[in-house]
Write a protein that binds this ligand. Structure first.
Ligand SMILES: [Mg+2]
Length: 391
């Protein structure tokens, strides 16, 4: 079997203006100046690329790449050109089952989103060809249902608590609010949420690089003092400050998680060497696909760290891919982050469109059990959102 074509479709989906803002968290106001390191989203449109790999046997696999310049730092046009003009042509003519070699061929510096789209399409193609779920290709399955965590946008404490309760009505039992501005205000956000959701709900927090090391230590100490039950604090300091993150980690009991610091296997190794985190946040698009994600999980396991699968948004194919990754990776912490469920519809055909969406059944999404990722795109929905101009 040989790959004959790698092609992409750009998809742009609008989200409600306030649904993923962090205006009152992660943002500092100093002498009238607003400062915010990440994420800085320029618009309320989320952009994606669907990636299709065709073969000379008439079979095809589908992957997808998020773009999101506010987080990943690349435009849709850059990622699309990388796949269409540079990475895709490198794997045409290869056997899709020679995945390690294919990924080696396109292992240029950066372009993690482009690589992840191709990697997912290769996995879907292999699974479909063999008639097995992708989870069986990457370690099998130790669970059929995956608990879901949702990130909650920053805002006033009462509003954030209300947002969590609205999600709880849809079956969600784990949350990761966005904080990262001023520790005293942020701990009030966490207290309001804990009071609203009760003691049994998983509560993580993401500072999105917003603190200095001393602010992060203060936030953790306040959270510990007020018993908010904070499971972990994600990316308290800027991505490049591994020494600062290590200082935070050694000063507090709260688990510290690396997100923006952890893209590649080499990033993961540096975090381990610096003792900078207790937990690694693995996102398929940061790691360049399931191929890189599995390697990072192995590094974490070797170093005695934990892993969380984070949100990188998704149209449905990547939601399914994350479920297969979670099902096949023992080390992954129970709840997997699927914030995209609350932002926009998926583009899947039935039954995937309802199965991989809110409301949840007992706080979980099912791992699809069909060949490949076990989901199909709804081509009419894709056409409706394909190539939409910005507004
Ligand atoms: Mg994060």
């Amino acid at each position: 079997m040989k790959i004959t074509r790698v092609s992409t479709t750009a998809v742009r989906l609008p989200i409600p203006p306030r649904s993923y803002a962090s205006d009152n968290a992660g943002t500092k106001r100093e002498w009238g100046r607003l400062s915010r390191l990440s994420p800085k989203r320029p618009s309320t449109i989320l952009e994606y690329l669907l990636v299709r790999i065709d073969t000379d046997q008439g079979t095809a696999g589908i992957g997808e790449a998020p773009v999101d310049i506010g987080f990943f730092g690349q435009t849709l046009e850059e990622v699309q050109a990388a796949i269409d003009d540079y990475l895709g042509p490198q794997i045409v003519g290869l056997d899709p089952f020679d995945r390690e070699y294919a990924m080696h061929r396109i292992d240029y510096r950066g372009s993690s989103c482009a690589k992840s789209g191709i990697d997912l399409a290769l996995h879907d193609l292999m699974g479909r060809t063999l008639g097995v779920p992708v989870s069986q290709l990457i370690g099998g399955s130790h669970r059929k249902r995956i608990p879901v965590a949702i990130e909650v946008a920053g805002g006033a404490p009462a509003d954030m608590a209300k947002a969590c309760l609205a999600y709880m009505d849809k079956g969600v039992r784990a949350f990761k609010p966005k904080i990262g501005a001023y520790p005293q205000e942020d701990v009030e956000r966490l207290r309001a949420i804990r009071e609203a959701v009760g003691p049994d709900v998983s509560l993580r927090a993401d500072a999105n690089q917003g603190y200095t090391p001393k602010e992060a230590i203060r936030l953790c100490r306040l959270a510990e003092k007020h018993h908010v039950g904070l499971e972990l604090l994600e990316q308290p300091v800027p991505a490049w400050d591994l020494q600062g993150m290590a200082a935070v980690r050694s000063a507090v009991d709260t688990l510290i998680e690396a997100d923006e610091s952890c893209y590649t296997i080499h990033d993961a190794m540096q975090i381990i060497r610096h003792g900078a985190a207790d937990v690694l946040n693995i996102k398929i698009a940061k790691a360049g696909g399931l191929y890189g994600a599995k390697k990072i999980a192995a590094l974490a396991e070797a170093a005695g760290l934990g892993c969380v699968l984070g949100t990188g948004f998704g149209l449905g194919v990547k939601i399914a891919a994350k479920l297969h990754l979670a099902a096949s990776t023992m080390l992954v912490t129970d709840a997997v982050e699927f914030t995209e469920l609350g932002l926009h519809d998926n583009l899947l055909a039935s039954p995937g469109n309802a199965a991989l969406a809110l409301p949840l059944d007992d706080g979980c999404l099912p791992v699809p059990d069909g060949p490949g990722f076990g989901v199909e795109l709804d081509e009419a929905k894709v056409a409706q959102h394909a190539g939409h101009a910005r507004n």
